[in-house]
Design a protein around this ligand. Structure first.
Ligand code: HEM
Length: 429
């Protein structure tokens, strides 16, 4: 057996792709996934995708993985790499992988492979360990209280409010911005940049989306390089100043050290905003859709953390994670050539009936397992912060606005990899 080849689990015989493979049905499925109906409820489409097999050729090249077990295996196996700078350069000029925004992303943590990844991840430190989280908790509780004050005022006398704009878009930037010591006056700018930058990380971005992402990336570089310069001049007791001290010890060239700190600060902000905003809105939407569970939670607040995990499983903010083969490999009996990309359809895998009983039933009492924060060496560094924000907000909502309900059909941006609820109108009933 060749080194690095994935060992088949002894019990599960590889499920072959349903022959003859119908490329057009996959194309049609992804097009329906982007439409309002597919955004509102992608689950029937994911069931259709899973019925085609656990590994399916992607119409644009590479493979789509739909089962929880295969996705989990790939995330944990070192033979599978992230598409790093060298891989992107090998795709040739003029492809999405060589756009300025994509090249910039390849220098951030999720674009690095070992040993570089190991060094950079260590340099970031354990950002949200128990002790750091304790001090952040106070700030998150304060921010949540202020936002709920605003929401209560807006809902007074039968008023309607957009929960997404008023709360979900605000809390993550207040939390990460407060932690990094970013002036609140800059929050709106960072949020706007982030919304555009994410296109470089989408499944199949268009040329115009990539242009938006390139412009946002340039703006973010300017912003964070200036922040690093300010902290170098006036160091403080904040994460950016801490990373400067770490990188000065690792890197003799101060410019290279600043660049490394810039990439850490940039990615932490990019990773923290849309994903968490979406989790907060989805949480309110799903609970509003399941009023009996919302009511049960009001009398069982000790299950708030479990409810957040079920929201993460049921509709993860990230539905696709990608890897490339580091060698010629075999996956579930299918040969995958070196450099070929596999798309882990996490949104579908989280509903795999082989992993979960009645996967399409939203049940906050289940012990939800999910791949929403990825797995293996790239496991999300910010998961404790995202969980803290969601549990704090849900606890505050149950206490202060217990009868919140969604008053109109929510709106989503037509995305596949990064879910984005753009509007979620609520009233108090
Ligand atoms: C609900 C909210 C969030 C979700 C769903 C999420 C999801 C993810 C996923 C799927 C990955 C791995 C991508 C891959 O394997 O290729 C990841 C990585 C990462 N996330 Fe998160 N994230 C969230 C919030 C946050 C927050 C709040 C922060 C920072 C404060 C953060 C920081 C990071 C970092 C630094 C990585 C890179 C880890 C590495 O490559 O070693 N994330 N996140």
């Amino acid at each position: 057996m060749k080194a690095g080849v994935i060992v088949e689990p002894a019990v599960a015989a590889p499920r072959a792709v349903t022959p003859p493979f119908d490329r057009r049905s996959v194309v049609s499925l992804f097009s329906r996934l982007r439409k309002p109906g597919g955004q509102c409820n992608p689950l029937p489409l994911y069931a259709e995708l899973r019925s085609m097999g656990n590994i399916i050729p992607a119409p644009w090249g590479g493979q789509l993985l739909t089962s929880f077990e295969l996705c989990d295996q790939v995330l944990r196996n070192k033979a599978w790499l992230v598409p790093d700078g060298d891989w992107r350069a090998r795709q040739g000029a003029g492809t999405r992988w060589t756009a300025a925004s994509s090249r910039e992303m390849s220098k951030t943590l999720p674009g690095l492979n070992p040993p570089h990844h190991t060094k950079v991840r260590r340099s970031a430190g354990n950002m949200f360990d128990r002790k750091s989280l304790e001090s952040i908790k106070v700030m998150v509780e304060q921010a949540t209280d202020n936002l709920l004050d605003r929401l209560s005022r807006a809902l007074r006398n039968g008023g309607e409010a957009d929960f997404s704009a008023l709360v979900s878009e605000e809390l993550p930037v207040m939390a990460i911005g407060g932690w990094l010591g970013i002036p609140p006056g800059d929050f709106a700018l960072l949020r706007e940049f982030t919304h555009d930058q994410v296109f470089a990380q989408e499944l199949l971005p268009s040329a115009s989306q990539l242009a938006l992402s390139d412009a946002a990336t340039a703006g973010l570089r300017e912003y964070f390089m200036a922040l690093v310069a300010r902290r170098r001049e006036t160091p403080g007791d904040d994460p950016v100043s801490g990373w400067i001290r770490t990188w000065d010890a690792l890197e003799p060239d101060p410019e290279a050290a600043d660049e490394a700190v810039y990439f850490l600060a940039l990615f932490v902000v990019l990773a923290a905003l849309e994903t968490t905003s979406n989790l907060l809105s989805t949480m309110v939407w799903l609970l509003s859709e399941h009023p009996l569970q919302m009511e049960w939670l009001r009398s069982h607040p000790q299950h708030v953390a479990g409810a957040v995990e079920e929201v993460l499983r049921y509709d993860s903010p990230t539905h696709v994670v990608s890897r490339v083969a580091g060698d010629d490999l075999t996956l579930a009996g299918v040969p995958v050539a070196k450099d070929e990309m596999v798309h882990l359809m996490v949104g579908a895998a989280n509903h795999d009936p082989a992993q979960h009983t009645d996967p399409d039933i939203f049940d906050i009492r289940r012990k939800a397992t999910h791949l929403s924060f990825s797995g293996g060496i790239h496991y999300c560094l910010g998961a404790p912060l995202a969980r803290l924000e969601a549990t704090t907000l849900l606890t505050g909502l149950l206490r202060r606005i217990p009868h919140l309900r969604v008053s109109r059909e929510p709106e989503w941006a037509p995305r596949v990899a990064f879910r984005r609820l753009t509007a979620l109108h609520v009233v108090e009933s």
